[in-house]
Design a protein around this ligand. Sequence first.
Ligand SMILES: [Zn+2]
Length: 147
Amino acid sequence: MLEMTPPISGLSLANLRDTYEEIHNGHRHEAIDIIEPRGTPVRAVVRGTIRKLFLSKPGGNTIYEFDEKGEYCYYYAHLDRYTEGLHEGMPVQSGDVIGFVGSTGNADEGTPHLHFAIFELGPEKVWSRGTAINPYPGLVDAVKRSR
Ligand SMILES: [Zn+2]
C-alpha cells in the first residue's frame, strides 16, 4: 500500500471509525465515512491522475483517482462539487483540493460526509472494476504522520 496523506486537513483519529464491514443499504460498506461540514475541502491522498468523474445514483458526484503506477484506485463520493477545472486525465499531487464534502447521491442530507474507498486494480486497470481493500489502517497512518 502506498502512503497516503489525509483527505481532510486537520483530520483527527477521533473522526475516523472503521465502518468497512458495516452493512449499508443491504451491501457491505467497503469504505470509510468521514463526517465533515458541507463544503470542507477534500484532498487527493496520493500523487496520481484523475481517471474518472462519475455521477452515480448511490455515490452522487464521485472521483476515481489512480496512483501513478495504476495499482490502486482511490474513490471519493457524495461530493458537493468538484474543484473548478478538475477533469479526467488531470495529474494531481497528494494534498491537492479535488472537491468538497457534500451529501449527493444516497447520503443523508443532514449528514454530509466523505465516503472514501480504495480499490486494488487488476491488470486491465479499469476504474469500475477494482477489488475493495479497507482504507482504515492507511487513513490512521496518514493522520499520525500528518502531526
Ligand atoms: Zn459510505
